[in-house]
Design a protein around this ligand. Structure first.
Ligand code: BJW
Ligand code: ZN
Length: 270
């Protein structure tokens, strides 16, 4: 199939400046330039494990200490990362829209908190957040930004180590619920788990009512987020895709901007 020609920034700027309700759907690629590894491809390994194999309830049941070690590493990377020019461009454009009485929302699959730290206010976090935990017993959700989250995880999580070279962390030393003292887990939506129904409802409403959708730094293989942009196309509204990799582009969209989104987004929204 012939390659889709890349889009014209001036033409996109006309469309974005006239849109009344814009949704930006973001994925791991938006945080890649902040140093946070993406999930699929070369960056998606932690030690010998695929990140997506550890992000499951089955993996947590089988080895909560290993999954907590992985998430301690993820929390440490995210908490020490800074928003990049892509996060900042989205936050800046949201402010412009607000001043002009237009709607701008970010729906993110990311759990790193960088959109909010960049100043975006209208953010829906589809897959949870690294700065929260949920109790495995009483289901209480708590914000927890302690790093490390418990003493046993201090100095752990190094991706260059081998699992078997480190002592196993006993269950009773893993993070506990402040209410009932049972084991807590990261407040993250793992494969096979339902998304928060309220977050999902609000996301669907935005997708059903927006007149422009930006799809930024996602491989669009994980549902239900993977359905959002096709739904906008079905409604006859434009979708603009920003991805490092031209092969990732969906042929049904209206605009394609290839390259690091820390470069392409500020140019497109500038
Ligand atoms: C750049 C860049 C730069 C790089 N600039 N670009 C069959 C059909 C339909 C559904 C299912 C099915 N079988 C199973 C399901 C359900 C399942 C699913 O979708 N599976 C698919 C894999 C098929 N979904 C679920 O289970 C969801 N729950 C659900 O649907 O409940 C109901 C249900 C249950 C069971 C069965 C059926 C229905 C929950 C999904 C939870 C996803 N969780 C994760 C991990 C947790 C987060 C964490 O720990 O951090 O979320 S998985 C992982 O993938 C993570 C991400 O948010 C998510 C999406 O990945 P993303 O963001 O797209 O990252 P990458 O790495 O894939 O892509 C990065 C992109 O950036 C690439 O394109 C690069 O080119 C680009 N890039 N640098 C611009 N600088
Ligand atoms: Zn509890």
């Amino acid at each position: 199939m012939a390659k889709r020609p890349l889009s014209d920034y001036t033409q996109f700027q006309r469309v974005v400046s006239q849109a009344r309700s814009i949704v930006a759907l973001t994925g791991a690629g938006v945080s890649a330039e902040s140093g946070i590894p993406v999930f699929r491809g070369a960056g998606g390994l932690w030690r010998t494990h695929r990140a997506t194999d550890l992000a499951t309830p089955t993996a947590f049941r089988a080895n909560p200490a290993l999954v907590w070690e992985f998430y301690h590493y993820r929390r440490d990377v995210a908490f020490n990362s800074q928003p990049n020019n892509a996060h900042k461009a989205l936050a800046k454009y949201e402010k412009i829209c607000k001043e002009q009485g237009r709607q701008f929302h970010v729906i993110t699959q990311n759990v790193d908190g960088l959109h909010k730290r960049a100043g975006s206010e209208n953010v829906l976090e589809l897959h949870g957040s690294l700065d929260k935990v949920i109790c495995t017993k009483c289901k209480q959700i708590e914000v927890n930004t302690e790093n490390p989250i418990c003493e046993a995880l201090r100095g752990r999580g190094d991706p260059s180590k081998r699992d078997q070279d480190l002592p196993i962390i006993p269950l009773e030393e893993l993070p506990k619920c402040s209410e009932c003292q049972a084991l807590v887990r990261p407040y993250i939506v793992w494969f096979g788990e339902n998304l928060d129904p309220d977050v999902l409802d609000r996301s669907r409403q935005l997708i059903e009512s927006c007149d422009l959708c930006l799809v930024i730094g996602t491989s669009s293989v994980v549902y239900p987020a993977a359905m959002f942009a096709p739904t906008v196309v079905e409604r006859g509204k434009p979708v603009a895709e920003f991805n490092l990799n031209e092969d990732a582009f969906d042929d049904a969209f209206s605009f394609y901007f290839s390259g690091p989104c820390g470069v392409t987004l500020p140019k497109a929204l500038g």
